[in-house]
Design a protein around this ligand. Structure first.
Ligand code: CO
Length: 277
């Protein structure tokens, strides 16, 4: 069993998206353009309403999947096909945009903490024009396991310690784990060997990742390997551990459209303008 190591460290950059929601862009910025199949990772965290109240009004997506994991707060999702969903603390929405949707994500609170992640996962050429699909998963459906003393893991996608995450049928076979570690506690998490993987420390203090210290708000890109060790350092910490099968295809992206070729981007823009989403 080969253990994964840290091969790169990245910190997010402060930016804004939607109608002015302040966020940290960790993947999808000059320091880390993408980590195939992951196109973007944003963390939004603020207890100041001015930073999030404008939300993400109606906008299109085509050619990939958006994954929202809410840690605190409440947003409502809606799209032009009549789908509605509540994104509450602890819930996950795995949305396969496929050939296209127009949707919005709007805050349902006027104050208090709003905190969560949005991850973009690419689709292979064969699936880019698939029908849109939603997996709206409430907190009660996410298994919580204790694979070792002082370690608590929410299994959102993939398998760990006999639990299987509720997200199913995703072409990149993702692993998505929220790992809480106490000081000195440690687990070895098995991962599919060729998957691209990253770890991001999002709460508490520094953590131990692959035998190294990883600071709060730092993302580690991991080498290939069959497992990675995650543990606590001097204080409790939480680590997002995500892995997916790389697609190894050409990527042409233009804002909310991610396709293989420039021609397909032009087609996406034309379809959007013609109201075909
Ligand atoms: Co969106």
């Amino acid at each position: 069993m080969s253990e994964r190591r840290i091969i790169r460290r990245i910190r997010g950059i402060d930016t804004a998206d939607g109608a002015g929601v302040k966020l940290k862009r960790i993947i999808g910025q000059p320091g880390l353009d993408m980590l195939d199949p992951f196109l973007l990772l944003d963390e939004f965290r603020s207890d100041s309403a001015d930073d999030y109240i404008a939300g993400f009004p109606e906008h299109p997506h085509r050619g990939f999947e958006t994954v929202t994991y809410m840690l605190a707060g409440h947003m409502q999702h809606g799209d032009n096909h009549g789908n509605r969903g509540d994104l509450v603390a602890g819930s996950v929405q795995w949305m396969t945009a496929g050939r296209g949707i127009l949707h919005s994500e709007m805050p349902q609170q006027e104050d208090g903490l709003m905190w969560g992640f949005q991850l973009w996962v690419n689709l292979p050429a064969s699936d880019k024009m698939t029908a849109p699909r939603y997996q709206d998963i409430g907190p009660e459906r996410i298994p919580v396991v204790h694979p070792a003393e002082g370690v608590t893991v929410k299994v959102i996608a993939g398998e760990l310690a006999g639990a299987t995450g509720p997200v199913a049928g995703i072409v990149t076979a993702p692993v998505y784990l929220d790992i809480a570690v106490e000081p000195g506690a440690q687990i070895e998490v098995p991962l599919p060997e060729g998957h691209h993987a990253f770890a991001y420390v999002f709460d508490g203090a520094d953590a131990q990742v692959a035998g190294d210290r990883l600071a709060r708000s730092e993302l580690a890109v991991l080498s290939p390997g069959a497992s990675v060790r995650i543990g606590g350092d001097e204080a409790p910490a939480r680590v997002l551990l995500v892995a997916g099968r790389p697609l190894n295809e050409q990527v042409t992206r233009y804002g909310p459209f991610v396709m293989n070729t420039p021609e397909q981007i032009h087609e996406a823009i034309a379809d959007f303008r013609a109201g075909k989403f």
